[in-house]
Design a protein around this ligand. Structure first.
Ligand SMILES: [Zn+2]
Length: 158
């Protein structure tokens, strides 16, 4: 009996994973379609400007379209990363090859893989080296403290 109930459990897990992956893939395709629509809108706007013999100002005329594209692309990127995670894979930080999640080095280019927490050290470095706007010193200081604490906690976990 045990064998069959284990088998049932395993099947449910796999089904859940596949369902999630299918959903993410649908989201990617949906966003790709939306991106095409935004491109079309941009093209139309540019041509209308041409007809009226006006210059296009990307910052003014196409700001909302461009931020929509940013958002849609970000969602695609996130969905792709989640699919990789579902399959216990990640992307090499150097050549973007698909590699095993726990890999220390990329089998393709040999790049040493940095664990995620180190990414957080970058904003801290920027804060420490950056010039803080007048009146914002206290705010910057508390952000720095938070970041330091977070990095320490992450390092403890490893
Ligand atoms: Zn690589």
């Amino acid at each position: 009996m045990g064998f069959f109930s284990d088998l049932g459990k395993k099947t449910t897990e796999t089904t859940g994973k596949i369902a999630r992956e299918t959903k993410l893939k649908m989201k990617i395709n949906e966003n790709k379609g939306k991106i095409e629509d935004v491109y079309e809108e941009i093209g139309k706007k540019v041509y209308e400007k041409h007809l009226r013999e006006e210059n296009i100002d990307i910052k003014v005329d196409l700001e909302s379209e461009c931020s929509k594209l940013d958002e849609l692309s970000k969602e695609i990127e996130d969905a792709r990363l989640e699919i990789l995670k579902l399959n216990q894979k990640k992307l090499c930080s150097n050549c973007s090859a698909e590699i095993e999640d726990g890999a220390m080095f990329c089998p393709k280019c040999g790049e040493k893989q940095i664990s995620e927490p180190t990414v957080k050290e970058e904003p801290l470095e920027k804060l420490e080296n950056g010039v803080v706007a007048p009146g914002k010193e206290q705010e910057a200081e508390s952000v720095k403290e938070d970041l330091k604490e977070e990095i320490e906690q992450n390092n403890d976990k490893q």
